[in-house]
Ligand binder design. Structure first.
Ligand code: ZN
Length: 278
């Protein structure tokens, strides 16, 4: 059991409910402890495990130290494998599904049995399933990892959304597919937006060329955008209700002590955001 080894430590103020940090015992491996975070809104639900992993407690050396979950960073493959096995141990699942994320809007939908080729290499940025004991994982370093859960149909989803994902409105696509394929309830659907590029650091000098005009309302000062707000607005537009959207409110660029950040570090790892029906 993880519960008796968990304790709260100080994290920056969040913009909504309490985004909690859990420190796992060091029994898995590595010199430092596995640290993961959980959303209050998802913790309240039964039959669900979720975690936003920090960068600690893994097997990788700098600049990927240490819980890097991506093979495409230049890290040693064997160490990434060990890190993925750590993620699986903490999640308590035997099947882990992750994607070759391409900053697109492709959404995988997995009813029932998962084809073996989906385990690795499927090109997509989001995945939806009603399958139990299947860990859905997205990897990020500044992009948003967003977890979804519909308690009425017991369907989960995980999405990777950077600014390109916002431009393509992949979050809207995820919600549409959850409703169409599984009959999910927009009004009950919970969405949780993880640590990612915050309004403090989200500078886009070339924004007139890359962002639609509608994003201007989320410009917090010249060239700086609140991508958390943009995601929240896209989820509201897709039919979610305000109180079911939780934003961690933690900026990865500001908190490289806890997370990987591409903007802050360039060559670095990717941290994992994962969810599973139990
Ligand atoms: Zn910041």
């Amino acid at each position: 059991m993880i519960d008796d080894k968990c304790f709260m430590i100080d994290v920056p103020p969040t913009s909504s409910l309490s985004f909690q940090m859990i420190q796992h015992s060091p029994e898995l491996h590595g010199s430092d402890e596995v640290v993961y975070f959980q959303f209050e809104s998802l913790l309240r639900e039964q039959g669900l495990m979720h975690a936003v992993f920090g960068r600690h407690g893994g097997a990788s050396d700098p600049p990927f130290s240490s819980l890097n979950t991506s093979y495409s960073t230049g890290d040693d493959a064997d160490r990434v494998r060990r890190n993925l096995s750590t993620v699986m141990k903490v999640m308590g699942g035997e099947n882990l599904l992750y994607m070759n994320q391409i900053h697109g809007r492709e959404v995988l939908v997995l009813h029932g049995k998962v084809p073996s080729h989906f385990r690795q290499g499927a090109q997509a940025d989001a995945v939806i399933t009603d399958r139990k004991n299947l860990i859905l994982m997205v990897k990020q370093a500044d992009c948003q990892g967003i977890l979804f859960y519909d308690p009425t149909t017991r369907v989960i989803a995980a999405a990777h959304c950077g600014w390109r994902g916002n431009v393509l409105n992949i979050l809207g696509s995820v919600v549409e597919r959850m409703v169409l394929e599984f009959g999910c309830s927009r009004a009950r659907l919970i969405a949780a937006i993880g640590p990612s590029l915050g309004p403090c650091c989200a500078e886009f000098i070339g924004y007139p060329k890359i962002f639609p005009r509608s994003f201007r309302s989320s410009m917090v000062r010249e060239n700086y955008f609140d991508l958390w707000r943009i995601s929240r607005l896209q989820l509201l537009e897709a039919g979610l209700v305000e109180e079911n959207i939780e934003v961690a409110g933690v900026c990865t660029v500001c908190r490289t002590d806890l997370f990987f950040s591409y903007r802050a570090e360039k060559t670095t790892g990717r941290f994992a955001t994962a969810i599973m029906l139990t």
